[in-house]
Design a protein around this ligand. Structure first.
Ligand code: IPE
Ligand code: IPE
Ligand code: MG
Length: 264
């Protein structure tokens, strides 16, 4: 199914199209970091930051729809975040459930399709059920595809993809020599979803923290010190403007890109 932005900024590793690069990203992925520090700076407990972060999620979704972005992937909970204090983990689960319950109707009304990627089997059953219902309810929507990465790890994703392919080989459905990048990509939690064109991390840390490892091979990386609860529409537009200034070469030279664009 075609999403908004499909056929615009081709960055998909399966269909690389450099001359069209540098406009609006077709797929945006974000590490939403800095909630805890935002709260601590105000003398408030960390959970106040997580709550404030939900507002940035809302405005970011709106901004994606306004800019015609087709795919948005948000890192909500990493496979390593279980290491946090139990009270914070519990609070994050509660917040996820509350936000989902409150927002699902609006998402659906706005033609947004929700997918949760990650090892959701580790979540409380109530949350798993809520996720399945939300996914089913919005499955037919053709607007923005919103992927929430929850209990997600880039290494987990590659590992489960490898296991899936190994199972197919063991069942005699696939031969090892037929395994290529496309097969592996499709076995990841992204399936047919194109790779992110733009990868944003808020909160000032300069690392990927086991988010999208396979899929960010050719993403433009954008790190900002802005803490996630402060990441408003103006900050969003700034990131998009920076993306539009980037030259995406995908291994080619600038001159080749100019030639292709008819400028050389
Ligand atoms: C990101 O904010 C949200 C989650 C990881 C769930 P943090 O909670 O990591 O905030 P900082 O990095 O401690 O400020
Ligand atoms: C990454 O942020 C995970 C999410 C934003 C959900 P972290 O705050 O957990 O990452 P590290 O620990 O600083 O690398
Ligand atoms: Mg953090």
């Amino acid at each position: 199914m075609n999403r908004p932005g499909d056929g615009v900024a081709g960055s998909d590793s399966k269909d690389i199209d450099p001359p069209m690069a540098g406009r609006v990203p077709r797929h945006l992925a974000i590490i939403m970091d800095g909630n805890g520090r935002w709260a601590q700076q105000r003398g408030e407990p960390r959970h106040a930051g997580h709550r404030a972060g939900v507002e940035s999620v809302r405005s970011t979704i709106e901004a994606c729809v306004e800019h015609g972005i087709g795919y948005l992937t948000l890192f909500a909970f990493s496979s390593e975040n279980w290491r946090r204090p139990r009270s914070e983990v519990d609070m994050l689960m509660e917040l996820f459930m509350m936000a989902l319950a409150r927002e699902i109707r609006k998402l659906d009304k706005n033609d947004i399709r929700l997918r949760v990627i990650g090892d959701v089997a580790a979540f409380p059953e109530k949350l798993q059920k809520q996720i399945a219902e939300a996914e089913q309810r919005t499955a037919g929507n053709a607007g923005l595809l919103l992927q929430i990465a929850a209990n997600y790890g880039g290494r987990w994703d590659i590992t489960q993809a490898a296991r899936h392919l190994a199972e197919k080989v063991a069942a005699g459905e696939l031969s090892p020599e037929d395994i290529d990048e496309r097969q592996l990509a499709q076995a990841t939690s992204f399936g047919e979803v194109p790779d992110p064109d733009l990868f944003i991390r808020t909160g000032g840390e300069l690392r990927i923290s086991n988010f999208l490892l396979w899929h960010c091979a050719y993403s433009e990386l954008y790190f900002t010190p802005t803490l996630w609860p402060d990441f408003d529409k103006a900050a969003f537009s700034e990131a998009l403007a920076e993306f539009a200034r980037r030259e995406r070469r995908f291994g080619q030279t600038s001159e080749q890109l100019d030639d292709k664009a008819g400028l050389g």
